[in-house]
Design a protein around this ligand. Structure first.
Ligand code: GTP
Ligand code: MN
Ligand code: MN
Length: 404
């Protein structure tokens, strides 16, 4: 046993946005347990409990070393009774009994499987479970009516549950850049979300698009989407238009944390590059990639076309030459760009904490559009994330240290 004197005590700020949280997590045994309970709470519509577990996990992620004894945690913020009980269990027994029983519960397993379908949230999954649907097979057999998003989600289930790599994110970035440049030269594309924070994989790829001349970005999204569609890059897309200026509660105050940018939820069809293909043995036949990708261009007769199309399908089935990837596109006017970049870089908890800090400590309202000072009754303009942190009286935290 280690004596009290040898155990270093940590001192940590209570808001996640005051801390530097890199991807180098020394307490993943503890944070994995707490994150699973957070996820389970969120999936069960217990948001309060979810946030409490997320805050506790985030605090542990920010610690400089591994926690080995409960006494090291004395006086630390963000650790409620329940979280402490889970931590104690893991420290003493290697696992948390609550986490283990949650993981094995029929309900949790079903929630994971069903919400793993793009377009299915906790509410829908819960309804299905109450109707006796616990897996994809039962869902298919049930004859449930699925919306367009859910149909696409089910169709590309395996691909969309396979983590996206940085290489794939970069490949998609090139496509988006090309699309944007084709429809409005001079536009800029910024990678946001987890990849901007330095994550090596993600559940999707997030981009923010703007143009240096205010107003030029209006109507950009439909054009970008049309270009992508015409080139065959989209398996699914749903665009929602900007409603910031015309909404009832804006622009005076960003009321909710849902933003009102022109936004596109999409599923890209990403052709695998040679180096991204898994270590498959070389092809046995002489079929070239070009033939596979554009069978119609090589065919002079119907019979040839049929032959090539058959080859194409065999090829596609034997080792898939493309995969589905979730991509989020957002268009922001340049005047709001700094706020949009900050708001879309995450992590989700870091963002939540920034807004809580702004409201509770500074009497300000922060959104992905603007920062409003309630005391001075005015908007605070910013052209960089650094300026926003300064307004908020926070030390600047770079994206790679926002992994709370
Ligand atoms: P992975 O995609 O799982 O790798 O992590 P991520 O951090 O990129 O998560 P995600 O793509 O879900 O979100 C990226 C950032 O966008 C997070 O900071 C979210 O808070 C933010 N975000 C997602 N949806 C919305 C939204 O509707 N409005 C606003 N303002 N922000 C959002
Ligand atoms: Mn993301
Ligand atoms: Mn996203």
């Amino acid at each position: 046993q280690i004596s009290e004197a040898e155990v270093a005590l940590f001192s940590v700020s209570s808001y996640a946005c005051q801390r530097r949280t890199t991807l180098d997590n020394h307490n993943s045994n503890l944070t994995d347990a707490l994150s699973l309970l957070a996820e389970n709470a969120e999936l069960s519509n217990e948001d309060g409990r979810g946030v409490a577990f997320r805050r506790a996990a985030a605090l542990l992620k920010a610690l400089p070393t591994q926690v080995i004894s409960m006494s090291q945690l004395r006086g630390l913020p963000c650790l409620g009774e329940h979280s402490l009980r889970v931590i104690k269990d893991v420290l003493e027994n290697g696992v948390s009994s609550e986490v283990e029983s949650t993981k094995q519960s029929k309900r949790y397993k079903a929630l994971k499987i069903l919400t793993g379908i793009f377009g299915v949230g906790a509410k829908t999954a819960d309804r299905w479970i109450r109707e006796g649907i616990y897996n994809l097979e039962q869902l298919r057999d049930s004859g449930q009516t699925l919306n367009r998003a859910q149909k696409a989600g089910l169709e590309h289930y395996d691909d969309l549950n396979e983590p996206v790599t940085k290489a794939e994110a970069d490949a998609i970035g090139e496509i988006v850049q090309k699309a944007v440049n084709s429809v409005l030269p001079g536009s800029e594309v910024a990678l946001t979300g987890g990849f901007r924070r330095g994550k090596l994989t993600g559940h999707d790829v997030d981009f923010l698009i703007t143009h240096p001349e205010e107003g030029k970005e209006v109507g950009l999204m439909p054009k970008v989407v049309a270009w992508l569609e015409s080139q065959g890059f989209l398996l699914y897309q749903k665009t929602t238009r900007n409603s910031y200026l015309e909404s009832k509660d804006g622009p005076a105050r960003p009321a909710s944390n849902m933003d009102r940018f022109e936004r596109c939820f999409s599923i890209f069809k990403l052709t695998k590059r040679k180096e991204q293909e898994s270590t498959q043995p070389e092809e046995q036949n002489d079929l070239k990639t070009e033939d596979v990708l554009r069978p119609h261009m090589q065919a002079d007769t119907d019979q040839q076309l049929c032959e090539l199309s058959k080859n194409y399908q065999m090829e596609a089935a034997s080792h898939k030459i493309w995969r589905a990837v979730r991509v989020d596109l957002v268009v922001s006017p340049i005047s709001q760009f700094a706020f949009a970049v900050l708001g879309w870089t995450g992590s989700k908890l870091f963002e939540r904490e920034l807004r809580r800090w702004a409201g509770h400590e500074k009497n300000m309202s922060l959104s992905s559009h603007a920062l409003f000072d309630n005391t001075q009754n005015k908007y605070l303009r910013a052209t960089s994330e650094e300026e926003i942190f300064a307004y908020l009286g926070l030390e600047y935290i770079p994206p790679s240290e926002r992994n709370a």
